[in-house]
Design a protein around this ligand. Structure first.
Ligand SMILES: Cc1ncc(C[n+]2csc(CCOP(=O)(O)OP(=O)(O)O)c2C)c(N)n1
Ligand SMILES: [Mg+2]
Length: 1016
């Protein structure tokens, strides 16, 4: 016989006044009764109860016998046309109740006069309906609010008193019940699975099953999910009786995995007691959790796992999830010389890649942990991009073979905006990875700060609610509960291909790192922690007590792992060097082999290819008659065809030719960013839109050649950090792809600064990881105000690693490629479409990969002089790092009195002014198209060409403290081997990148152009 939970008994207050049934006003007879507004206005027919009525109605429609007789009576009468209110008259007499089933009449209080039969029956019916509604309310309350009082905290610091807990969950719903009602059997609605095969349960049993499902070690948030099937799917896996039963084998495996997780940390603690390792102690259950997810996903067909995580527990994950050789991990603790390239990184940031057999599924799995900087959560979008790329190149369109797992700290998950930016990519067609499993190692602290001071949201995981991800909070000291939610999460991902979050509530046994004192700031918490036995101790005790393992067996497991660690340590001591390449997270097998790192062919293409691509991107879709295109677009297309006829290309056409020719050569091209399909400046138009049919589009670059590679042109979410990180990740997977990210305006890239600083500029040096990611950053002072003007060229240049005081002694024919090889990234500011064409193609032709940062034009897109002849893009042509003067000055260099060096759009302003001043013979203008690595050799040729006493000037349109000036000045001095070789002409230093006044802009430009030619 069921026992009523005492807390509920204590809670039950005086009964609230029940509304009179006669007062119910139905505007019309059902179906469906609950939908009517008058009914909804009734005190208990609203919200939850109205959906209950609807549910009862649906059930009744299917099978009248399946609902309570009172509902049957009501629906039958209502359906038979009973007038409003009348449908609620007394129900038919009830059948003999089943054992333990209280008939509705039994609920009528003693003393109700027998003579007032109708009134008595009406009262009974009223109570019955009220009770049913309350039961439904209770069930829904547990489903929605049960997590609020679940016993999630292993330290039990925040545990709520029993009474408060119940108030929080069931609120008023239990108030209508008496002690004796607890034995009353209630029909279970189809929105719960607590009955298992039983359709009805006593109220007390209903409550205790709900408590078991929702208020123990698992607190699940899912009722906000809009998809009913998904809600129901979760309910089934949380509520069904017996779901938390584990076999003896499963428990033993779990214990063995826990033993390894704990053993690893205690081994490191013993051997390197004063070394930082950001141990997992307190959250060791993470290891079996991850392994369980991998086992289950592997069984369901996943072959490759791309993972991202921060410092916490990283070494343990490497050792026990990835099974990275322990020797390699241990040798990171020794002060050994690095034997290969790169400046390396601390051991808890390094990436890894392993392929191994999953013992449980007997299938091979590949696991990569992406290298990451200290910047918490910054690797999230990188992991997603890498995952998506793997899926893309495998043709895994639903994520059945490749999946991502992201690990988070509680403080970082709630604090870092990139988490939101990443999660918001999860359902976008060009960015989805078909579901990520997020695991939060929620140790309830961030460095020294309490969650009460680090977030405003109730949970650290609330950000995931925006994408309707279910969130499983689980007590980390209940390892079986953790395994259960891992299983559900893995199955969820496999079923719905959507994100899911596991929040493992745990604690951090030590300080932030092992040499940090936590008692300074958290005396209360840490006194508790000191008294809390570790999980391995607790769980092994439990299994020994229940007879699943013997004490000796357990000891044996622990000792065996200890021995493995000892042996690995001995082996690691024999190592004399460490290799950064052992920690590559994205190996490109086959890419470098057989390649001469200093050889590269030219990047021009045959004219027929240029013309073909030009004609394709200049034409309407093949079925143009049916496909109505915008008139303005038609003009753009016509212009493109004209240019093809004239054998010229503007910026957009040259870009299409670069992309198209690579596609022809089998190179996947992906361009991603905000509004890239049309282009911020309405110049690209890679996707044409049917003007009469919604979503009917045509992308000519996808239809150039029958056997071409795929072209991905992806309008992104309005995020820079998330999307740039994603594209960086994408670029890591396949070196034979041109992956470009375009900023709407160049300066917006500063919201993605972490990706630029921590990954793009320094990724190869730290992690031996190359990337050919290309950034297109619209840049130029055009009177558009302080924002929208500067892509912050100076910042990129400042991060370039070429030495300003070192003129590389490379042979002339190898100078350019050697410099590129040794650089950390390339920064270019092209002034001609042909050079843009070549620099894009060069990204693929290089025998290695380097990030390319391109300042791209705005007004230049349509500048009549910014057009290139096909001759500059044909076979044999290539990217030109410097564009020398080709006019009268170059023809008679001895007569030149001034040489103006510049870069980008200002060239056209200078050229025009020179023409106006008729100074073509006196002034040479030289363009630096590639700023970094600095073309020392070609600049030297230019300096040598002109008279030694010629005035050498650098003109830029950016303010003096911005732009390329600070970068080029010392390099000119190195080139000329003398100080003050070049003088600055341009705007003064400025705090703001550009003026907000158009007039001031024009004046400033006039002034700098005047100064450029002044004194001649
Ligand atoms: C973006 C960023 N800001 C600040 C830090 C400094 N920092 C390192 S760890 C840490 C606390 C992280 O707390 P949490 O995310 O809960 O992870 P835990 O260390 O508790 O596992 C902070 C603030 C950082 N690494 N990254
Ligand atoms: Mg934390």
């Amino acid at each position: 016989m069921h026992r009523v939970p005492s807390l509920l008994t204590r809670l039950r207050p005086g009964r609230t006044a029940t509304p009179s049934l006669a007062a119910l006003r139905w505007k019309s007879a059902p179906p469906p009764p609950a939908a009517t507004s008058a009914a909804a206005a009734e005190p208990f027919i609203n919200g939850t109860s109205s959906s209950y009525v609807e549910e009862m109605y649906v059930q009744w429609l299917r099978d009248p016998a399946s609902v309570h007789v009172s509902w049957d009576a009501y629906f039958s009468r209502a359906a038979g046309g009973a007038p409003p209110g009348a449908a609620y008259s007394s129900p038919p007499s009830l059948a003999t109740p089943a054992a333990n089933t209280a008939p509705v009449t039994a609920l009528v209080p003693h003393g109700a006069g027998a003579s007032s039969g109708v009134a008595r029956a009406a009262t009974a019916d009223e109570k019955s309906i009220q009770d049913h509604l309350s039961v439904l309310g209770v069930i829904r309350s547990y489903q929605i609010r049960g997590h609020l009082v679940a016993r999630l905290d292993p330290l039990e610091i925040e545990r709520k008193p029993v009474e408060t807990a119940s108030e929080i969950v069931v609120r008023g719903y239990m108030k209508s019940f008496d002690e004796q009602d607890m034995d009353t059997v209630f029909q279970l609605p189809s929105s719960t699975f607590i009955g298992g095969s039983q359709k009805a349960l006593p109220l007390g049993e209903i409550v205790s099953r709900l408590e078991r499902a929702y208020c123990r070690s698992i607190g699940v948030e899912y009722m906000y999910i809009n998809d009913l099937e998904q809600c129901s799917w979760i309910r089934q896996r949380i509520e069904s009786p017996g779901i938390l039963q584990f076999s003896s084998d499963e428990k033993r495996l779990l214990l063995a995995r826990l033993a390894r997780a704990s053993g690893f940390e205690s081994f490191l603690a013993r051997k390197w007691s004063s070394e930082k390792r950001f141990g997992l102690e307190g959250g060791e259950v993470l290891i079996p959790a991850m392994k369980h997810i991998i086992d289950i996903s592997s069984a369901m067909g996943v072959e490759s796992f791309v993972m991202g995580m921060s410092h916490r527990g990283r070494l343990n994950v490497l050792a026990n999830v990835c099974r990275k050789p322990l020797e390699q991990i241990f040798s990171q603790f020794a002060a050994l010389e690095v034997a290969d390239e790169g400046s390396g990184d601390v051991k808890y940031h390094l990436g890894t890649y392993v392929e191994r057999l999953n013992r449980l599924t007997n299938k091979n799995v590949r696991m990569a942990i992406v290298a990451n900087p200290s910047h918490l959560e910054a690797a999230d979008p990188v992991v997603q991009g890498k995952t998506r790329a793997e899926q893309f190149y495998r043709g895994d369109n639903e994520g059945n073979k490749v999946m991502s797992i992201l690990l988070h700290g509680d403080a970082a998950f709630s604090g870092q905006g990139v988490v939101y930016e990443t999660i918001h990519l999860s359902d976008l067609p060009a960015y989805t990875t078909h579901g990520t499993i997020h695991i939060v190692v929620n140790n309830q602290i961030g460095f020294t700060t309490d969650p009460r001071l680090t977030r405003s949201s109730p949970y650290c995981t609330d950000v995931a609610r925006v994408v309707n991800a279910p969130i499983f909070h689980v007590n980390g000291d209940d390892p079986e509960a953790v395994m259960h939610v891992c299983k559900v999460a893995a199955e969820w991902r496999n079923t719905f291909h959507k994100d899911v979050v596991i929040d493992i509530v745990s604690y951090r046994r030590n300080g932030h790192n092992e040499i940090d004192e936590p008692m300074f700031t958290h005396p209360f918490m840490y006194n508790k922690i000191k008294k809390t036995p570790n999980l391995l101790e607790k769980y092994s005790q439990k299994l020994i007590e229940e007879g699943t393992v013997t004490a000796d067996e357990f000891k044996d497991v622990v000792n065996r792992y200890e021995k493995i660690c000892e042996q690995a340590l001995e082996a690691s001591k024999k190592e004399t060097q460490i290799y950064n390449k052992h920690w590559i997270d994205s190996p490109w097998s086959g890419f470098f082999e057989g390649k001469d790192p200093l050889k590269m062919s030219t990047t021009g293409v045959v004219e027929e290819t240029l013309a073909h691509i030009g004609r394709r991107v200049g034409s309407a879709p093949p079925n143009a008659v049916d496909f109505v295109i915008h008139r303005g677009l038609q003009r753009v297309l016509n212009l493109r065809l004209e240019m093809v006829e004239e054998r010229t290309a503007d910026w957009a056409l040259a870009e299409a030719m670069a992309f198209g020719s690579l596609l022809k050569e089998g190179v996947h091209v992906r361009l991603s960013g905000q509004d890239v399909q049309r282009g911020t400046f309405s110049h690209r138009h890679h996707v044409m839109h049917h003007q009469k049919v919604d979503m009917a589009t045509y992308c000519p670059l996808q239809h150039l050649y029958p056997d071409q590679a795929q072209y991905s042109i992806c309008n992104s979410s309005l995020s820079e950090f998330g999307v740039l990180g994603f594209e960086l990740g994408f670029s890591l997977t396949n070196p034979n792809a041109l992956v470009c990210w375009e900023a709407q305006f160049g300066d917006f890239c500063n919201t993605a600064q972490v990706i630029i600083d921590q990954f793009i500029a320094s990724g190869q040096a730290k992690w031996v990881r190359q990337s050919g990611l290309t950034l297109l950053l619209p840049h130029g002072m055009e009177g558009m105000g302080p924002e929208h003007s500067s892509a912050r060229l100076e910042r990129f240049l400042q991060m370039c690693s070429d030495d300003p005081e070192y003129f590389p002694p490379f042979a002339a024919d190898e100078f350019a490629i050697r410099q590129l090889h040794d650089s950390n990234m390339i920064v270019a500011n092209c002034s001609m479409p042909s050079n843009y064409f070549h620099v894009l193609r060069r990204q693929i032709y290089l025998p290695f990969r380097k990030p390319l940062i391109l300042m791209t034009p705005k007004s230049l897109l349509r500048h009549p002089r910014a057009r290139s002849s096909f001759d500059d893009m044909r076979e044999g042509t290539e990217f030109r790092r410097v564009l020398p003067d080709v006019g009268p000055a170059a023809k008679l260099p001895q007569a030149v009195r001034r040489v103006i060096f510049c870069s980008g759009k200002v060239y056209f302003d200078l050229e025009k002014r020179r023409e106006e001043l008729a100074l073509q013979e006196q002034v040479a203008i030289v363009r630096l198209e590639q700023l970094s690595p600095f073309p020392f050799d070609e600049v030297k040729q230019q300096l040598d060409l002109y008279p030694a006493d010629a005035d050498i000037v650098w003109t830029q349109e950016e303010a003096k403290n911005n732009g390329a000036w600070a970068y080029i000045e010392p390099r000119f001095e190195t080139t000329a081997a003398r100080a003050k070789v070049i003088r600055y002409v341009g705007r003064s230093c400025s705090a703001s990148p550009a003026t907000g006044s158009k007039t001031a802009h024009v004046k400033e430009l006039d002034q700098l152009l005047g100064d450029s030619f002044g004194g001649l």
